[in-house]
Ligand binder design. Structure first.
Ligand code: B1M
Length: 211
């Protein structure tokens, strides 16, 4: 197995003991951090989701794989850190959150990192965040964009609650949404300004919404 394939394997097996060493090895061999994430880590955690769905994996395995993914991502994040100089006074402010009831944050964290690397000022409120808190923090921070993430069919509806609360309070802010269970038409349906399918699209969309 190539080192990058071993990284994929480690996430599948939920092995967080060895994953950082494997990543060091892959980087030393010349692999790019972005390629390790997009080409090997995300496919692995997606496969874990499928195995869980097929009842070949159960919750403990899902949790272990997520922990391996987090360990790997935390180690790689500094390598992806771009030119922070650009995020100065005039850099657009984005508030990010995973909605109430939902604790999936791996994708949101990747989106946040990419936005920062592209000159946005990102305030990440974390996961399982209530509509009230998202709106009040966004008002205080004078956010231009609120970015919402949801991974569950039971929590995506919370996005509508947040959009409606903002509109009813007359908050002047754009909404972008993402996460495996939502799409473009859902964004339109709830009155959000856009949907992004991955972190690259999220950056493009954020530029469009603030440009
Ligand atoms: Co959960 N889980 N999980 N889980 N989990 C899913 C989502 C699921 C699809 C698995 C499955 O059954 N196939 C399923 C949801 C079914 C549904 O509702 N349709 C599911 C379930 C059922 C559950 C529990 C209910 C399990 C249980 O307890 N019985 C439970 C719920 C907990 C809760 O939230 N209340 C649960 C728990 C967990 C863990 C805690 C173990 C762990 C999360 C750890 C963490 O995030 N810190 C976990 C994981 C890891 C997954 C899967 C396997 C992987 C998710 C992931 O990180 N993907 C997932 C299966 C899957 O999605 N295929 C699954 C990688 C990540 C990079 O992708 O998050 O999609 P993603 O983000 C992408 C894009 O979507 C986009 O950009 C990102 C980067 O490319 N994006 C945005 C995301 N947010 C964005 C925001 C934007 C723009 C783009 O703008 C603001």
């Amino acid at each position: 197995l190539k080192t990058v394939d071993k990284i994929n394997q480690s996430i599948l097996e939920g092995d967080r003991e060895n994953i950082v060493d494997l990543i060091k090895e892959a980087l030393a061999e010349g692999a790019k951090p972005g390629t390790i994430i997009d080409g090997y880590m995300i496919p692995a955690i997606t496969r874990v989701g499928h195995l869980y769905e097929e009842r070949k994996y159960f919750l403990p395995q899902l949790i272990q794989s997520a922990e391996a993914m987090k360990t790997a991502f935390d180690y790689l994040a500094p390598f992806l850190a771009g030119d922070r100089e650009s995020s100065g006074k005039n850099s657009p402010v984005i508030v990010l959150a995973t909605v109430k009831g939902d604790i999936h944050d791996i994708g949101k964290n990747i989106v946040g990192l990419m936005l920062r690397n592209n000159g946005f000022t990102v305030h990440d409120l974390g996961k399982n965040v209530s509509a009230e808190r998202i709106i009040s923090e966004s008002r205080d921070l004078k956010a231009q964009i609120i970015g919402l993430s949801a991974l569950l069919t039971t929590t995506m509806v919370e996005m509508r609650t947040v959009v409606e609360l903002a509109r009813s309070e007359g908050l002047d802010v754009k909404f972008m949404i993402g996460g495996a269970v939502v799409n473009d038409s859902y964004a339109r349906e709830i009155g959000a300004d856009g949907y992004a399918k991955d972190a690259y699209e999220a950056v493009k969309l954020a530029k469009k919404l603030t440009g």
